[in-house]
Design a protein around this ligand. Structure first.
Ligand SMILES: *Cc1c(COP(=O)(O)O)cnc(C)c1O
Length: 380
């Protein structure tokens, strides 16, 4: 048997592929962060990132992964004993709950089972029952299930009740429309290794005027993530210099493509991926799937963990399995960041080959045909 050269294809929802232009951008010499030269680079990177978040308000870059930005939101906005609402539909909603509880908040969760979503009407009911709550925590794209939430709807309801709204957009930003200012979002967090096409290591956080007002009276102690330190100086501690070179370039690339176009590109890749897996007779896991990733139920006859490891270790195609209680039950194909139509072709082709190898029967090309038809229909 001839051995194939193994090329690697990263099709998981973070870290995502980094284009060579951005890798090279990071290979420049590290300069001192307290120089006018670096200050200018950082200012430009922040301005470009504000466009991606669709905000003219405050935005900070953190030398942390996305979870650091989540923690920063909590330590600046929630005091011990304070009542907050957390929308939980998967692992990352659970993370909001855990962080809030770690800092002594009184958490009222709105919980639905994995794969399901929460409607804004449900949030409205909960806020009516808990008028003494102050902040709503939610997730744009619940990466563990592939579900996208109606953030615009949640924001409208939260504001009608006079509450702050904090959004984990770590995987959703860039793939899925999000308009920080237009939708009245108080804090939005993200991370570099998802839609930004960058390596891991940068966190992002926005603050609205109402968020600053709230932070002023906050009682939770904090140091590294104290937002006022960043308001005074956007680099209070050594920033991730080389990642910021890369960010500056990445947001230039996104601006050149245009956010509307970036969102449409992800929408088309998501439509094609869903069409491909459904043509194979597989079932989508999420009741409200988004443009970030497609979560698919593993067919009864197949070992889900084996499917993922076969694709990764033998074919070089990395998709994600299920997390936590979803382990072995679902697999997740990302269409996030530096991706185009032939990434989807690779994903569905590798999936077809792996499924056949594991004994799942269908005619070769069934999924690919559906994918190609979507691309033809969309004219891409
Ligand atoms: C990836 C992810 C996180 C965690 O981010 P880290 O960068 O790993 O800290 C949090 N929330 C969502 C929705 C994510 O997709």
């Amino acid at each position: 048997m001839v051995k194939m050269v193994k090329k690697n294809y990263l099709l998981a929802p973070g870290p995502t592929p980094v284009p060579t232009d951005l890798l090279l951008e990071g290979a420049q010499e590290t300069i001192h962060h307290r120089t006018p030269q670096f200050k200018k680079i950082m200012e430009e990177a922040i301005e470009g990132t504000k466009y991606v978040f669709q905000t003219a308000g405050d935005l900070f870059l953190l030398a942390s992964s996305g979870t650091g930005a989540m923690e920063m939101a909590v330590v600046n906005l929630v005091s011990p004993g304070e009542k907050v609402i957390v929308i939980v539909s998967g692992k990352f909603g659970e993370r909001w709950k855990q962080i809030c509880e770690t800092y002594g908040a009184n958490v009222v969760p709105i919980e639905v089972e994995y794969g399901n979503y929460v409607a804004p009407e449900k949030l409205d009911e909960t806020l009516k029952e808990h008028p003494d709550s102050t902040v709503v925590f939610t997730t744009l794209s619940e990466t563990s299930t592939g579900t996208v939430m109606d953030i615009e709807g949640f924001a409208r309801v939260s504001k009608a009740h006079g509450k702050l709204i904090v959004v984990d957009a770590i995987s959703g930003l860039i793939a899925q429309p999000l308009k920080t200012d237009e939708w009245n979002l108080d804090v939005v967090v993200a991370g570099s290794q998802k839609g930004f096409m960058l390596p891991p290591g940068l966190g992002f956080i926005t603050f609205s005027e109402s968020a600053w007002e709230k932070a002023k009276t906050n009682k939770t102690p904090s140091y590294y993530f104290n937002a006022f330190a960043y308001k005074k100086n956007p680099a209070p501690y050594t920033p991730a210099v080389n990642l910021i070179y890369q960010l500056k370039k990445a947001v230039e690339m996104l601006k050149e493509e245009g956010m509307e176009n970036v969102w449409e590109r992800h929408r088309i890749l998501a439509d094609a991926t869903r069409a491909g897996v459904q043509a194979l007779g597989l079932e989508l896991f999420s009741k409200r799937p988004g443009n970030v990733l497609t979560a698919v139920k593993v067919p009864e006859s197949i070992d889900g963990a084996k499917l993922v490891s076969l694709m990764r270790d033998e074919y070089g195609v990395t998709i994600a399995g299920g997390q936590g209680s979803m382990k072995g039950k679902i697999f997740r194909i990302a269409h996030l960041g530096y991706m185009s139509k032939f990434d989807t072709i690779i994903a569905i082709s590798a999936l077809e080959m792996a499924l056949r190898k594991l004994g799942f029967d269908f005619e070769y090309g069934t999924g690919l045909k559906a994918v190609e038809e979507v691309f033809e229909r969309e004219g891409v």
